[in-house]
Design a protein around this ligand. Structure first.
Ligand SMILES: C[S@@+](CC[C@H](N)C(=O)[O-])C[C@H]1O[C@@H](n2cnc3c(N)ncnc32)[C@H](O)[C@@H]1O
Length: 282
């Protein structure tokens, strides 16, 4: 490599480090996994000649990925204390309901909690569950009627959220793990009986065209529960149901899947049985 090219690379690395530091200085993005910030920032630096513009573009994309869904800073320590104090199933459900209301995605699912999970699982509650781009959905475990030895593996890109969920899983009565996984780069190497991919595919497709389909193909689970929002975060109906029905119809046709559809007030859920053996690592 010539000296000039080496200097260029060092320059770009320096710019990237500066960008990541600038983005992480903002409380809103501090908890996003630094490697995700780097991935988004690298693309922004290729697109914009000024560092300032690249930082702004990175923040905008991160906001769409994660920031737009939380209305208030989560109080994880307090939430854990509340979960610890919940002495029985009824109290635990009451706390979980309240906590799920803090995230737009889980909040709009609250009226459907009693119906959704039995409708997904039928008479076969899974023992091993993957939850990809999980947000606060693991707090719906009390409604899932999982067996005593259930193992729940949840992944997202927010470090504080994952630490909270790691501590919360035993309080919700399951064994499990919560960790960082950038789904735009692929599925975690973990097998399960069912994988939830709730309202996350549109975000992945926005981050990298084709990343949503790639993810669905790569997940190691015979049953997928994949959902899409049917209203914008502002509550508008802008043809999203048709768009995502068409999206899933195209994916299902190319993969030979016959999804079952569950319609919730703000969400379209597809249950896909793939009949592929899962390669267990759990
Ligand atoms: C619309 S929310 C859905 C949350 C949850 N699945 C639900 O439906 O309640 C999207 C979630 O995907 C996560 N996310 C966005 N981009 C991601 C990526 N590249 N890899 C993993 N998770 C991602 C966000 O942090 C957020 O928690």
């Amino acid at each position: 490599m010539r000296g000039g090219a080496l200097l260029d690379m060092a320059d770009r690395d320096l710019q990237l480090a500066e960008l990541v530091a600038a983005v992480r200085a903002s409380a809103r993005y501090r908890t996003i996994d630094p490697q995700v910030i780097e991935r988004v920032g690298r693309t922004a630096l290729q697109r914009y000649s000024s560092l300032k513009a690249a930082i702004k573009a990175t923040k905008t994309e991160l906001h769409q990925m994660i920031g737009a869904y939380a209305d208030q800073a989560p109080l994880y320590d307090q939430w854990l204390a509340e979960l610890r104090q919940a002495m029985d199933g009824t109290a635990r459900k009451a706390v979980c309901r309240r906590l799920m209301a803090a995230h737009a995605s889980t909040r709009e699912r609250l009226p459907a909690l009693e119906q959704l999970y039995p409708a997904c699982f039928g008479d076969q509650p899974p023992q091993r569950i993957l939850d990809l781009g999980c947000g606060l959905n693991p707090l719906a475990i009390p409604w899932m009627d999982l067996p005593a030895n259930a193992y729940y593996a949840a992944y997202d890109i927010d470090t504080d959220l994952c630490s909270f969920l790691q501590a919360a899983l035993p309080l919700l009565g399951v064994q499990g793990e919560a960790g960082i996984c950038d789904l735009a780069l692929g599925a975690p190497p973990v097998a399960a009986d069912v994988a939830f991919v709730l309202k996350t595919i549109p975000l992945l497709e926005q981050q990298q065209r084709g990343a949503g389909v790639e993810l669905l193909r790569a997940i190691q689970a015979p049953r997928l529960v994949v959902s899409f929002p049917t209203r914008s975060l502002g509550g508008r109906n802008v043809g999203m149901a048709t768009t995502y029905r068409n999206y899933m119809a195209a994916v299902a046709a190319s993969e030979g899947w016959s999804p079952r559809v569950i319609e919730l007030p703000n969400e379209l859920v597809f249950v896909i049985e793939r009949h592929t053996p899962s390669r267990s690592r759990m």
